[in-house]
Design a protein around this ligand. Structure first.
Ligand code: TRP
Length: 332
């Protein structure tokens, strides 16, 4: 390989992404491909730490894969694969589990939250989830990991595991750094703009899904909660308008001042419509490409297989060395 830094990231197989996932993360992944070596993974093994319907998980995993391609991940430039296709993740996970402390895992806030939400299924996989995430990253000796705020604690733990392993067995793993994109926007709910936009929101009007059609997108923006003023300006306390301005600015590249003058003297109605149209038009090619890829299942499966093979070849070298380091007998 070349001397570019290596980026690794994983995404949950939810089948479709929210506008928040898209503008905050996935949209930035495409442009990174020229500057870095990129490895992206759909993490179906992480997904089963909470109960899943098997048929739905299978469908959502393949849909997520196709969506990443539709969002600009180029399978020739990057390695794009499904986690369960590459056995080294599970293999390294076991070794990392044996180098992770019960106390460390107990402190993870996501574990505590998810345990509260699923009190009848606090399984061991949910508990050791961060160790699998560390294995994803360390199996490639990735330099950089783009993560949102909710995953920072897990990445910090991955760094600690890498450092501990290096101390015990001699310097080996690259200690991964978080990658904070320059333009990572934080998108809020359209109905409760103090809350992050989340796919699991009970109110469908709060969330734009990137596969929503144009009419749906415009309708949701029209219903977006704003305030009782009528001025399109970015100001403290105007959470709803601020969020719409962030979205509009991220999509069009216009700054807040330009947006304020564009809508000076106009009402919220005009502004919401403009935001809705800009978003819908921007997402149109993603939707079209996703539809095209979804029709061609055999091509998609080929891409998955080729990605998995590349990922396996890459990670196998690293995991074999780890096996040796911890004292497993070489195979032959
Ligand atoms: N845990 C991450 C999430 O829920 C997904 C993930 C799994 C990941 N493995 C990863 C992210 C490795 C970055 C690197 O969003």
């Amino acid at each position: 390989m070349n001397d570019k830094k290596l980026i690794f990231s994983g995404i949950q197989p939810t089948g479709t992404f929210t506008l928040g996932n898209y503008l905050g993360a996935v949209r930035n992944w495409g442009p990174l491909q020229d500057e870095y070596n990129c490895i992206y993974c759909v993490v179906d093994m992480h997904a089963i730490t909470v109960r899943q319907d098997p048929a739905k998980l299978r469908r959502n995993t393949l849909d997520s894969y196709a969506l990443l391609m539709a969002c600009g991940i180029d399978v020739e430039k990057s390695i794009l694969f499904i986690q369960s296709h590459v056995k080294t993740h599970a293999e390294l996970n076991w070794i990392l589990c044996c180098n992770t402390q019960f106390g460390e895992l107990s402190r993870m806030t996501q574990f505590k939250d998810k345990s509260k939400r699923h009190p009848d299924d606090i399984n061991a996989g949910l508990f050791t989830y961060p160790s699998l995430m560390a294995a994803d990253i360390l199996a490639y000796n990735a330099d950089l990991v783009p993560v949102g705020a909710d995953q920072k604690q897990h990445l910090e733990l991955a760094r600690n595991i890498a450092q501990r392993f290096n101390q015990r067995y001699g310097d080996f793993f690259t200690v991964p750094e978080p990658y904070i994109p320059e333009k990572g926007a934080r998108i809020m709910s359209l109905q409760e703009p103090a809350k992050k936009m989340s796919k699991s929101d009970d109110n469908p009007n709060a969330v734009i899904l990137i596969l929503d059609d144009k009419d749906t997108i415009i309708r949701k923006f029209k219903r977006a909660v704003t305030d009782s003023e009528a001025e399109v300006v970015y100001r403290d306390g105007k959470d709803g308008i601020n969020n719409l301005m962030t979205i509009y600015s991220t999509i069009t590249g216009k700054d807040y001042a330009a947006i304020e003058s564009e809508f000076a003297g106009k009402g919220y109605g005009d502004f919401k419509l403009a935001v809705g149209e800009a978003v819908a038009d921007h997402l149109e090619p993603v939707r079209t490409e996703f539809a095209r890829l979804s029709q061609d299942k055999s091509y998609l499966k080929e891409c998955c297989a080729a990605g998995a093979e590349k990922a396996l070849r890459y990670s196998q070298r690293i995991v074999s060395k780890v096996y040796h380091k911890v004292g497993f007998v070489d195979k032959g």
